[in-house]
Ligand binder design. Sequence first.
Ligand code: ZN
Length: 173
Amino acid sequence: MGFLVRGAEKVPSPCCGKHMKVIGTRDRKAIDRSGKKHIYNIRRLQCEQCGKIHHELPEFLVPYKRYKSECIETVLTNRSNHDIPADESTLYRWKDWFYFYVEYWIHCLVSIKHQTKQDGDDLKVLPETSGTALQRLGRLVGNASGWLARVVRPVVNFYLWVHTRSAFLSGGG
Ligand SMILES: [Zn+2]
């Protein structure tokens, strides 16, 4: 029996910004930081405008990742000193995955901020190449715990999430 995930707020469809109807559910597994597996029951939603299907994404999940967001975040923030029970190849894949997509995510977040007219002072302190990838992301979403979720959520909600099965990313993770 999976834990039911039900968002409180009505989210407009990422594709058209229209109402979405619930067309079913799907079980989604995720491993927490103690190594325990959980099953979450997630709703399948369909855009009433164009018919595109979306899956509800709880804050603690990253699309296509088998571990919870906080596990991946902990490893990325603390590569040499963390207690996440994942094997070396998984840890290596997370790092590769992060550095493969981080420039794209930064681009997405900046573009979303412009689109939603959030461009304030914070964008002025974003020279494209200043600081590490983590520092630059931190300027966009903050460094506090939960930063990975704050990167993933808007990118997914604006339908910009990209998942490529290239050689080094294959096998999930
Ligand atoms: Zn749509």
